[in-house]
Ligand binder design. Structure first.
Ligand code: GDP
Length: 197
């Protein structure tokens, strides 16, 4: 049965590995550069305006946030990366938390959010490789599609697929959190992931 992403509740934040949830439910992990629109994508998926926090001070959200969908699986909002004005101490803390989470074997599906307008950054490539190394399927969401001209969409998607070295089964979804483009496709793919298909 299709997963109803509207039926979602915040469960907890994790600031260290001891706080990770390990109850056997699937975990769909969302990663993305600060300001890429990760909160907006999650809000669009769950059809809420202010569920995941949009515009939270970049780099100040160094925690992993767990949202339970329909009592079936977690959406896991990973802290954003790539914000320049972050102290070394904060960056180190981020690295430790992420390393522990990616090594935990808890991720069942990765969602990497990139900017549809640009070539993925070195950090985006690193993050894609973390998902590959964690052995989980990856869905890439190319967000802010509304800011592209029609003629730019094809070439940009090809550049993203190529730069991230996506594998055959990895989906790349043109998406606009603002307009809702791609929402149904993302919901369908994550339903399949949650149902283990
Ligand atoms: P986060 O830091 O990755 O969680 O990013 P936010 O969700 O807070 O969004 C960052 C900024 O990008 C905000 O000003 C959003 O309104 C804007 N934004 C997010 N998604 C889109 C989109 O699809 N299109 C456009 N034009 N702006 C977007």
């Amino acid at each position: 049965m299709a997963v109803n992403f509207n039926r979602v509740t915040f469960i907890r934040s994790a600031a260290s590995p001891g706080d990770f949830l390990r109850d056997g439910r699937g975990q769909v992990a969302f990663a993305g550069r600060s300001n890429v629109g990760k909160s907006s994508v999650i809000n669009r998926l769950v059809n809420r305006k202010n569920f995941a926090r949009v515009g939270a001070t970049p780099g100040k959200t160094g925690q992993i946030n767990y949202f339970l969908v329909e009592d079936r699986a977690y959406l896991v909002d990973l802290p954003g990366y790539g914000y320049a004005k972050v102290s070394k101490a904060e960056r180190d803390r981020w690295g430790k938390l992420m390393e522990a989470y990616f090594a935990s074997g808890l991720i069942s599906h990765g969602v990497l959010i990139v900017d549809a307008r640009h070539k993925p950054t070195a950090d985006d490539v690193t993050m894609a490789n973390w998902f590959f190394d964690a052995g989980c399927p990856v869905t890439v969401v190319a967000n802010k599609l509304d800011k592209l001209k029609k003629s730019e969409i094809g070439p940009n998607l090809a550049l993203i697929r190529d730069t991230l070295s996506l594998r055959e089964g990895d989906a790349l979804i043109p998406f606009s959190a603002e307009k809702g483009t791609g929402r149904e496709e993302l919901a369908r793919l994550l339903t399949a992931a949650i149902e283990g298909r």
